[in-house]
Design a protein around this ligand. Sequence first.
Ligand code: SF4
Ligand code: SF4
Length: 132
Amino acid sequence: MVYFKMAKTAIKSLIHGPSTIRYPAEPAKQYPTSRGHVTIDPSKCISCGMCMRKCPADAICVRRDEKLWEIDLFKCHVCNCCVEVCPVHCLTMETEYRPAFAEHEGVQVVKITYVKPEKKAVKKPAEDKSEE
Ligand code: SF4
Ligand code: SF4
């Protein structure tokens, strides 16, 4: 019975081709919900550190004083948690898978370029002329 099942699968694969792809020689299929890798828009990041605190893999480090955002790609398991908690929506889960990279390329450091807008000067209410 087992041999019959195996032969059936082999014949099916010969006719229709294998169910697997030769990744990375052949690019992986992507869907709108595919989780490839996390990217940041550094011009929107307010350095709140929420992504760092919520990351279950301890893959993100926000160095507020140096205005740096770091991600360790070897630790990140693309759970999407950081993207969901970012209050200014500057993190995105790209559907594209990263190509293989060397160990020294594992930590990605991004310079945060967000500039806090200056507060508008509050006008003092005009003095009551009746008091004069
Ligand atoms: S996707 Fe998940 S594991 Fe990766 S950095 Fe974001 S929170 Fe951490
Ligand atoms: S990426 Fe988003 S959650 Fe992380 S520090 Fe910047 S603003 Fe905060």
